[in-house]
Design a protein around this ligand. Structure first.
Ligand code: PEP
Ligand code: MG
Length: 875
């Protein structure tokens, strides 16, 4: 032994005031700094020493109590009578072996003597499967105990060679009481139970059984075949895989063992109402929704058996790539903790408590709505959240220097892997629940530690097919578009803003794929045929080959269209149609020009300022629009005033909750509560040079009175600013009243622009973001088309032109109808400009006019689509 402190020289080992640890393993000594894991070598876990073991037996280095035995059997922490906590950790990263090769010979709480066998391990297995066999003996509470002597280089013998001498830092060794010894005198009680529940030992009976022993002084273990699990661990109980009819054994230990075993048995034998057929739980999200409708009129359906999910096209195109869960990718916790383990542990506690509170609120809300099933699922999540298997495994990792987020994620994933080994579809659903919890806690951790969303946390593979419940516009604003080849969503609608952004970016996207999307494993190779709304998640080599060929063909067509995109578009019989672009950023404006847009038909200014924490100032408005006007090089820009509310949220504005946001303070109505926001924007717009570069578009106008008042305000601001030119002002036709009163609006407006996304929503009374209605909320519905016809007719009475800036303008099947109805401007996503121009050039205007009114007489959107396809086939 090498003395570390001259003052200690001469002290004999084991003398009062010092604690001697003998080698727990046989083999050469490795200095702590040379242990191949920074967690140990940098002393993050505490002072200590390494041994490269040559035999698979871990003996106790001292007398003490087993404070903690890793669930995976690879590490043990002992507490000496003086209070020193000694960790012995076998190998490096051995938690990953998940117990393989380790056979603990003691239980947590056991009293052990120096030299007792604690863990038997298979040296070969660990050597082959772990990065290193080097094991560590460290003082976990190094703040209270210091190492005063340690063995020098050379071989040590387990149970014999002195290894370390410790001393309490304040000189006064603590004495721990006999805590934990209460249960040491253990009665053991066994009882067999045959499970009669449909589904066997599933989550709810498991959770109830666990509840039944709360407060009883005993431990209960459930055994099934070779497997066993503590009653406290619902996850462990599920992993037993004990199905209906299985006979399990309950083993109780402790003073009240009999009482505990009986309580569990009674619970398991009790048939709780509604549990006879425990339904496979949905993957959970805060706002669960049913799977997409499967009616013939709505294509959204799930066909997991054939390896295909069906949803609704949000942006056309074909892609092949690897599935990446965006919700997970959002937060990639650093592996190593930045601070001490204790602080990291507290962070985890805080996050778990926050999620628990969140779940509690969800349980209450669901119960109040009478959604008992939903409340039960959230309640079950609360039970899982406090599962000792999960928490202990996370704490093990934290104690090894891992960050709380990393530890939590690994712990959850280890359990998902365990559940994955049990052949039971219900357990696959539980895995979805665990994934949901993983996400929630990581988010809570990111919020409390401020570690969310760093750019480094979003590293994506090439050809990433991003999957999420639903992307928000802000998710998409930060995407690495070079790597993302497609977007797939469980929910969402084809006209949601996420869909609009995907189209603008030219990224194929599917919405409303349903909860089955969450079951596809991360990294799975998938084929996305967005046009057909199909996600193939078990593609054959042929599927992949075909998709790649189709992708290439589409690229060829795109290239041909691009070559003529800078020329104006007119029908074969010479009727000019302006093809403009919908944009949200300066970059989009450049893309619009590159793609041959004749103008900007819609600048969604609310998206331009979406990430800001404060509303833009007048000058910021001016600068933004001026930059866009310049980028457009003389092409005019229709700039829509802020359209915030409903599906469009911005960071800087928290609107009071409304029962029906889509029918609330949206568009120009926002000015009723925040007139300053609109005034600042109008002033900024009126400062753009030259004024003729821009036109102002007002969203959500319902009648002429609103338009007149706003026109007066615009004129007043223009006068104040000394502007002499007259700025053109148009209105969105996106609510039925505006379409019906178009003749009145057109008297005061310079132009009309039909917002088919909202016009469809409000005409058909179908939420544009409701996935179950995504397929039915179709702008080619005859009712929507008739309103467009009324609007065009009303405008023509005053010689005003009408454009369409909703998604319908970019739908190749809608283009002939809109042209036939007299629409003269189609404003589409920048990347769609070339193909829409190509489509216009293939049409005959006279023929479109002749046919369109026949199509308006049809009875459904499907019929209109079919007829359009028949008259004007697609490429
Ligand atoms: C529309 O409603 O069709 C439209 C263009 O506006 P937004 O999609 O931004 O609501
Ligand atoms: Mg709208």
């Amino acid at each position: 032994m090498n003395p570390e402190n001259s003052a200690d020289q001469g002290k004999s080992e084991g003398k009062s005031g010092s604690i001697e640890l003998v080698a727990p393993l046989s083999g050469p000594v490795v200095p702590l700094a040379a242990v191949p894991d920074p967690v140990f070598s940098e002393g993050m876990f505490g002072d200590g020493i390494g041994i490269d073991p040559l035999a698979g037996k871990l003996l106790s280095p001292c007398d003490g109590t087993v404070m903690h035995l890793a669930r995976t059997g690879h590490a043990v922490t002992l507490e000496t009578a003086e209070g020193a906590q000694v960790l012995v950790h076998i190998g490096i990263d051995t938690v990953e072996l998940n117990g393989k090769g380790f056979s603990p010979k003691v239980e947590q709480g056991a009293k052990v003597r120096r030299g007792d066998l604690l863990i038997d391990f298979d040296l070969d297995v660990v050597a082959c499967e772990a990065p290193s066999l080097v094991s560590v003996i460290a003082v976990a509470n190094s703040d209270a105990f210091e190492v005063i002597q340690r063995a020098g280089a050379g071989r040590v013998e387990a149970g014999q060679t002195p290894l370390l001498v410790l001393r309490a830092r304040d000189g006064a060794a603590q004495t721990v009481g006999a805590a934990g010894s209460a249960n040491l005198v253990m009665d053991e009680v066994r009882r067999s139970v045959t499970l009669t529940h449909a589904g066997g030992l599933h989550a709810r009976p498991a959770a109830r059984a666990r509840e039944a022993v709360r407060g009883i002084e005993a431990r209960v273990e459930v055994r099934f075949g070779e497997r066993k699990a503590a009653i406290e661990s619902v996850v462990g109980l599920l992993a037993l895989g004990a199905g209906e009819g299985a006979t399990i054994e309950l083993v109780g230990m402790g003073r009240e063992a009999q009482k505990a075993v009986d309580a569990v048995a009674n619970e398991l034998l009790r048939e709780a109402p509604g549990e006879a057929h425990e339904a496979p739980a949905r993957a959970l999200s805060p706002a669960p929704a049913a799977a997409p409708v499967t009616a013939a009129t709505a294509p959204a359906a799930t066909n997991a058996a054939s390896g295909t999910l069906t949803g609704v096209c949000a942006a056309p195109g074909v892609a092949v790539g690897k599935l990446v869960r965006w919700d997970d990718a959002e937060i990639a916790p650093a592996e190593l903790a930045s601070g001490p383990s204790a602080a990291e542990s507290r962070l985890l506690d805080k996050a778990v408590a926050a999620v628990d509170a969140e779940l509690d609120t969800s349980v209450r809300a669901a119960s109040q709505r009478g959604a008992i099933g939903e409340a039960g699922i959230f309640q079950m999540h609360r039970v899982l959240l406090e599962d000792p298997t999960l928490i202990d495994a996370a704490r093990d990792l934290i104690s090894l220097g891992k960050s709380a987020g990393f530890a939590w994620r690994e712990s959850i994933r280890a359990q998902i892997a365990v559940l994955g080994k049990v052949d039971d579809p219900l357990l696959a659903e539980r895995a979805a629940d665990l994934r949901d919890l993983e996400k929630r806690v990581l988010r809570a951790l990111a919020l409390t530690s401020g570690a969310a969303n760093t750019p480094a946390a979003r590293q994506l593979p090439d050809e990433a097919v991003l999957a999420a419940d639903e992307f928000t516009p802000s998710d998409l604003a930060t995407l690495d578009r070079k790597r993302v080849t497609a977007l797939v969503m469980a929910r969402g609608g084809a006209t949601s803003h996420a869909a609009i952004i995907a189209r603008q970016a030219g990224i194929p996207a599917i919405v409303a794929l349903g909860d089955s999307l969450h079951k596809i494993a991360e990294g799975t190779e998938v084929v996305v045929d967005a046009g057909a709304g199909r996600l193939v998640h078990a593609p054959s080599a042929q599927d992949i080959e075909r998709a790649r060929a189709e992708k290439q063909r589409l690229a060829g067509v795109r290239e041909a269209n691009r070559l003529t995109s800078q020329q104006a578009a007119a029908t074969r019989d010479g009727h000019a149609i302006e093809v403009a672009a919908n944009i949200a950023t300066l970059d989009d404006a450049r893309t619009a020009v590159e793609n041959g847009a004749d103008a900007v038909g819609l600048l969604r200014t609310e998206l331009m300022f979406i990430h800001r924490q404060a509303a833009p100032t007048i000058e910021e408005h001016r600068q933004s629009y001026q930059a866009i006007a310049q980028a457009l090089q003389g092409r005019p820009a229709i700039i829509r005033t802020l359209d915030v509310g409903a599906d469009k949220e911005v960071d800087y504005l928290t609107l009071p909750p409304e029962p029906n946001p889509a029918l609330g303070l949206r568009g120009i109505r926002l000015a009723q509560v925040r007139p300053d926001l609109l005034d600042d924007q109008l002033r900024g717009l009126l400062a753009v040079e030259p004024l003729s570069a821009i036109r102002i578009l007002l969203p959500m106008v319902t009648d002429a009175g609103e338009l007149i008042r706003l026109r007066e305000r615009i004129d007043l601001f223009a006068k104040e600013a000394g502007r002499t030119g007259r700025v053109e002002v148009g209105v969105m036709i996106e609510v039925p009243s505006a379409a019906l009163l178009a003749d009145q609006l057109a008297r005061h407006a310079d132009f009309l622009s039909v917002g088919t996304n909202d016009l469809t929503q409000y005409t058909l009374a179908m939420d544009r973001c409701q996935p179950d209605l995504a397929a039915q909320a179709d702008g080619l519905h005859p009712a929507v088309l008739r309103l467009i016809a009324v609007a065009v007719e009303g405008a023509s009475k005053h010689g005003k032109w009408v454009g369409v800036c909703g998604a319908l303008a970019g739908d190749p099947l809608a283009v002939p109808l809109l042209v036939g109805l007299g629409i003269t401007e189609l404003s589409v996503d920048p990347v769609s400009v070339p193909s829409i121009k190509a489509r216009v050039r293939n049409l005959n205007y006279t023929q479109c006019r002749e046919r369109v009114f026949d199509l308006l007489a049809l009875e459904s959107a499907q019929a209109v689509r079919a007829a359009s396809r028949a008259h004007w086939p697609l490429d």
